[in-house]
Ligand binder design. Structure first.
Ligand code: ATP
Length: 356
């Protein structure tokens, strides 16, 4: 019986210098990344940044203008090398519609496996691994969207890939289902020891599922690191703005401290002296009644209730507007005078010069 551990994943994925244009439109520029074996890497970026193109190049469905792709020590793409898709040992899990509708669940999972008694046993093992034991004779259309995605994952894993590519695999599911299917699929990938690349525009998905996040902005790698590093120490203002929420304020850096409407505070990252843009996270700010000692005066503009928390927007004396994320229901009326307290050091980046 094939043990449900993806064999051959001992070399991981290496991508170097990958570039791609469609006509005059540059889609990927000099992309480089490494995915260690048995780890999950999320490629995070806004719609249109080139994520799907990158996956299609890895899978062999699209050509590249330049670059090298190696998987488990084998060169799949490079000067003089091109391995066709069916020989790459790469499984692709698309957004939806991965299953053959005319086959049963068992037929789908066993599709690429050699016929015989072992096939039925292997199918049963994989269905058990994805939490759907005994569903062999069901038809895809009888299953929920989340169950269909799990069957598609079982089929992809059954083919014994050295790498699984997941292209926004949860985007067709509704919010409640998405969270649970996401968890289950992450468990299955870890359990099976799979090497995986997950493409998503959802920062929560990338941060919560991946060991490493690759932030792709305008077809370039903006930053690579563990999830907490991307959120806590974004390399650029654009990275801070995409990975989480920020409010931008004007400031001036001097000797590692930042002067702004929030007072005089330490900078979290090294920043050259001079004008900066402060990237304030809403959860860094707390709201108090007016007349708090040392607070920053502000006037409430509006509040929006989200269930677990309320986001309050307030105007500072400088005229700048900040957002405050406050736990629970906080219906503070517009016009109320409040005091704000800021926690921690500040993310700040050199201010773009005029014309930039
Ligand atoms: P989304 O999340 O919206 O799918 P993405 O980050 O996956 O976005 P891609 O699908 O890779 O982005 O597309 C990047 C750019 O390349 C887009 O501007 C797209 O229009 C363009 N593009 C993609 N495929 C082709 C193609 N075959 N021919 C021409 N242009 C293409």
């Amino acid at each position: 019986l094939p043990h449900p551990v993806v064999a051959g994943a001992d070399g991981g994925l290496v991508v170097q210098g990958l570039s791609k244009s469609f006509g005059r439109q540059r889609v990927l520029t000099d992309v480089a990344l490494t995915v260690p074996p048995r780890s999950i890497t999320a490629v995070l970026g806004p719609s249109g940044c080139g994520k799907t193109t990158m996956l299609r190049i890895l899978a062999g469905f699209e050509t590249a203008d330049a670059g090298v792709v190696r998987l488990a020590g084998r060169e799949l793409l490079g000067p003089g090398a091109w391995v066709p898709p069916q020989q790459r040992r790469i499984g692709l899990l698309p957004q939806e519609g991965a299953l053959f509708p005319h086959l049963t669940v068992g037929g789908n999972v066993g599709f690429g496996l050699p016929a015989g008694r072992d096939r039925a046993a292997a199918v049963a093992r994989w269905l058990e691994l994805v939490g759907l034991p005994g569903t062999e004779s069901r038809r895809p259309e009888e299953l929920s969207g989340g169950m269909q995605q799990r069957v598609a994952l079982a089929r992809a894993l059954a083919a014994d890939p050295a790498l699984i590519l997941l292209d926004e695999p949860f985007s067709s599911l509704d919010a409640a289902l998405r969270a649970s299917v996401r968890e289950e699929i992450a468990w299955v990938l870890r359990d099976a020891g799979t090497t995986a690349v997950l493409v998503t525009h959802d920062q929560g998905e990338a941060l919560s599922l991946a060991d490493t996040v690759v932030l792709l902005l305008d077809g370039r790698v903006a930053q690579i690191g563990p999830p907490a590093q991307l959120y806590h120490r974004p390399a650029t203002l654009a990275a801070a703005a995409f990975v989480g929420e920020i409010v931008e304020l004007a400031g001036t850096a001097r000797a590692g401290r930042i002067d702004s409407a929030l007072g005089h505070r330490p900078a979290r990252l090294p920043v050259p002296d001079g004008p900066v843009v402060v990237a304030l996270r809403p959860e860094q700010v707390t709201l108090h009644d007016a007349a708090t000692e040392g607070g920053i005066r502000a006037q409430v503009i509006e509040h929006r209730y989200f269930g677990p928390d309320t986001v309050i927007r307030a105007r500072l004396a400088s005229g700048e507007v900040v957002a405050v994320r406050s736990p629970g229901y906080q219906p503070v009326a517009a016009g109320t005078a409040v005091e704000l307290a800021v926690r921690g050091d500040l993310l700040a980046y050199p201010a773009p010069r005029a014309g930039e």
